[in-house]
Design a protein around this ligand. Structure first.
Ligand code: NAD
Length: 273
């Protein structure tokens, strides 16, 4: 699927960092940003090969990208990643806080380790990276040739920032917390011309939710939750991220954009209620 409105180098010259960019939604966003003219850092935690494949795809399409390893929930590793990015590209204009995990368990059985691990990656890592990026945006200020904003942060959240999710309390709490994190720093940084927004994907076909779509039976059950009657693809999120990162959305800050085929429209109420 293409979108002529956002085709072309709408992000030309801008430098973007995508955490967890080697797979799934992050890879879809990295490819979309690269196609829109940004130089893209594809962060990965473990699989250099996956990240390099995304880098190669971007370069093959005429774009610019590099892969940088870091566990973004560790402050020292995140700092080293930003330093390596500045060595290569000079600065940062767009941060996509995308890295995330699930470690599901019934609440009654959930260990503190499961709680902390998910909060560390899904929430604390977003704090670490957003703070590092925002400090650079503020230090550098607006570069009028590149963008009317000093910088853009996009927090990849989930429909579970608003939909409670039994058996996933660590994940849902991390995403609910992320929404208020996003809105609070958006409020705090707006006068500095830093824009902060969230994207809340519904069910996107990636490995994180493979069990929910890999058999026809599971897919049929999942589709009952999606009024638009298809599972989302990483490219659906990529197009929205390009728009939110671009000056086309200049006056948008502190918003969550739900990209979910209507999952948050309470589809159970189509017939009931
Ligand atoms: P994914 O597992 O393919 O992507 C997650 C990425 O984050 C992986 O590349 C992983 O290696 C990376 N990562 C995990 N911990 C990391 C760390 N400490 N440091 C650096 N990288 C790390 O799954 P995805 O679906 O593409 O998930 C991406 C984001 O989208 C997550 O934040 C997830 O919560 C969110 N999300 C996904 C869906 C969906 O339906 N797929 C829906 C809502 C939200």
């Amino acid at each position: 699927m293409t979108n002529t409105f956002l085709q072309g180098p709408i992000l030309k010259g801008q430098r973007a960092l995508v955490t967890g960019g080697g797979t799934g939604i992050g890879a879809g966003i990295a490819r979309a940003l690269g196609a829109a003219g940004a130089s893209v850092v594809v962060n990965y935690r473990r699989s250099q090969q996956e990240a390099q494949r995304v880098v190669n795809d971007i370069r093959t399409s005429g774009g610019e990208a590099i892969a940088i390893q870091a566990d973004v929930s560790k402050q020292d590793e995140a700092e080293a990643m930003f330093t390596a990015m500045y060595d290569q590209y000079g600065s940062i204009d767009i941060l996509i806080n995308n890295a995330g995990i699930q470690w599901d368990e019934a609440f009654l059985d959930m260990s503190l380790e499961q709680w902390h691990k998910v909060l560390d990656v899904n929430l604390t890592a977003q704090f670490i990276c957003a703070q590092l990026a925002a400090r650079e945006f503020v230090r550098r200020g607006v570069t009028p040739d590149l963008s009317v904003s000093a910088g853009k942060i996009i927090c990849i959240s989930s429909v579970h920032e608003t939909i409670p999710w039994a058996g996933h309390v660590n994940y849902a709490a991390s995403k609910g917390g992320l929404m208020m994190f996003m809105k609070t720093i958006a409020q705090e940084l707006a006068h500095l011309k830093v824009r902060v927004n969230g994207i809340a994907p519904g069910a996107i076909r990636t490995r994180i939710n493979r069990a929910a779509w890999e058999t026809p039976e599971a897919e049929a059950e999942l589709l009952k939750l999606i009024p638009y009657e298809r599972i989302g693809e990483p490219a659906d999120i990529g197009r929205a991220a390009v728009w939110l990162a671009s000056d086309a959305s200049e006056y948008v800050t502190g918003e969550t954009l739900y990209i979910d085929g209507g999952m948050t429209l309470y589809p159970g109420f189509r017939e009931g209620g």
